[in-house]
Design a protein around this ligand. Structure first.
Ligand code: EPZ
Length: 422
């Protein structure tokens, strides 16, 4: 198992390119099931989540290959197995997004119920409600979802909202299934995340008829079949936001390339509010920390609100603010595993229900800490960059799920991170 040893404090400066969005790649790889031939995606980051999803598609009968330059191909000519095995699904809950396309293409899908994870319970009731609305018979058996539609799916007006607002992968599943349903489907309270926009655009290049893309109301005219296509993946806004916080927390200056500021308006708003400079450039931006940040209130919401996937990273930054901040987590109320670990680094954080009171401190102190999930581990790395001393982050495999070779990209900017196997 790998650990990171992180020397701090450092000040980052230089230029970094943002990779393709992991959370766009995964549903778009699933969409390739609908193409019935060889589709390709680029740029695809070299991440363990992508490798796991590739294995899952190969288990279904697809042929998956990737070139060194980040192009990934999925040939779904043959689908001779409609079962998403527990062994794979339990390691990555995003596997659930094969359910919709498999059901639409094969009339049957059997996918293991995804487990919970460190950020809290991860129900899929809205996914199943939407697919039932399209006419699927769904039963749960021995921990597996068995979905059947032997006579195909039929379009319907569907409400996909839940107690926490829209669902990203729930929208992806129902959207992909609706592309081959008979007649028209409308999805009310659809997710508006840029990754869903990317998916919908890719489906349209495959011959789907989707309108309202980017809005909470999607309209889909079912078609008989889709064809393979080539997909352009959007930049990873969460990775970009993580680098923005890295510049701010180290009071450095970073130039981000291949980054869409229009996907990060809520984050840029909060950064500017706390005194961080954000200057747009032709294909990205320059971020400059100007000394200790001011406190702020941050509430996570569905897009275009502040993304829950940047909550932990922002908490590490506000832990060093000159005053008290309040962070409210409205998407995953239990997504606070990083609080105890940051407090081990002398942060002063107090959980109050779905909120955390962040009392700014003058400095963080290095300590051995434990990564618990992808974004919490990113927050601990950022804290280690600013903390005095050598921070050890354990269970680095969490961060490798969503950030490609993060230490090899931060060290040229001034970080001092070594990866050790223990
Ligand atoms: C996606 O997960 C992302 N994962 C998550 O990123 C991200 O945190 C999340 O969206 C929210 O933006 C991928 O895209 C692979 P949801 P998803 O369904 O789709 C509740 C990362 O770090 N809900 O939008 O699983 C749910 O419990 C990961 O890259 C139901 O109640 O999230 C949550 O409270 C972590 N019933 C809220 O909705 C359902 O059927 C939003 O979840 C589905 C969801």
């Amino acid at each position: 198992m790998d650990v990171f040893r992180i020397e701090g404090p450092v000040r980052l400066s230089g230029e970094v390119s943002v990779k393709g969005a992991k959370n766009a790649c995964l549903p778009i790889m699933a969409a390739a099931i609908l193409g019935g031939g060889k589709s390709s995606l680029a740029p695809v980051p070299n991440l363990s989540d992508i490798s796991v999803f590739s294995q899952l598609l190969e288990q279904l009968g697809c042929k998956v290959s990737r070139s060194p330059d980040g192009l990934l191909s999925v040939d779904s000519t043959v689908i001779d197995n409609q079962v998403g095995e527990y062994e794979i699904v339990r390691t990555m809950r995003a596997s659930i997004c094969i359910l919709g396309p498999l059901l639409a293409r094969c009339g049957r899908a059997e996918v293991s119920m995804p487990g919970g994870c460190a950020i809290g319970d991860r129900p899929i009731n809205i996914h199943l409600r939407g697919l039932r609305e399209l006419g699927a018979q769904i039963q749960l058996k021995n921990g597996y979802i068995i979905a059947e539609a032997p006579n195909g799916l039929v379009g319907k007006d569907i409400f996909l909202g839940g107690p926490f607002g829209s669902t990203v992968l729930g929208t992806a599943n129902v959207l992909m299934a609706a592309t081959l349903a008979k007649g028209r489907t409308t999805i009310e309270s659809a997710a508006c995340e840029p990754e869903i926009v990317n998916l919908a655009d890719c489906l349209n290049t495959m011959g789907a008829k989707i309108s309202g893309i980017g809005s909470p109301r999607l309209s889909i005219e079912g078609v008989k079949q889709l064809h393979p296509a080539e997909f352009q993946i959007i930049p990873d806004r969460i990775e970009a936001g993580t680098f923005m916080v890295a510049a701010a927390i180290t009071q450095g200056e970073l130039r981000l390339r291949h980054c869409r500021l229009d996907h990060l308006m809520a984050v840029v708003d909060r950064l500017r509010d706390i005194g961080v400079t954000v200057e747009p450039t032709t294909n990205g931006c320059v971020i400059a920390g100007n000394g200790p940040v001011k406190p702020a209130d941050v509430t996570t919401q569905p897009y275009p609100g502040f993304p829950t996937d940047l909550q932990a990273q922002f908490m590490a930054l506000l832990a060093l603010a000159e005053g008290n901040s309040i962070i409210v987590e409205k998407i995953f109320p239990d997504r606070f595993m990083h609080v105890a670990e940051l407090n081990r680094m002398a942060a002063d954080l107090r959980k109050e229900g779905p909120a955390v009171v962040v009392a700014g401190v003058k400095k963080l102190i290095a300590a051995p800490v434990m990564a618990s999930d992808l974004r919490a581990s990113a927050a601990l790395v950022l804290a280690g960059l600013a903390a005095e001393g050598t921070t050890t982050v354990n269970r680095v495999y969490h961060i490798d799920r969503g950030y490609e070779k993060i230490e090899q990209r931060l060290n040229p900017l001034g970080a001092k991170i070594t990866r050790e196997s223990v």
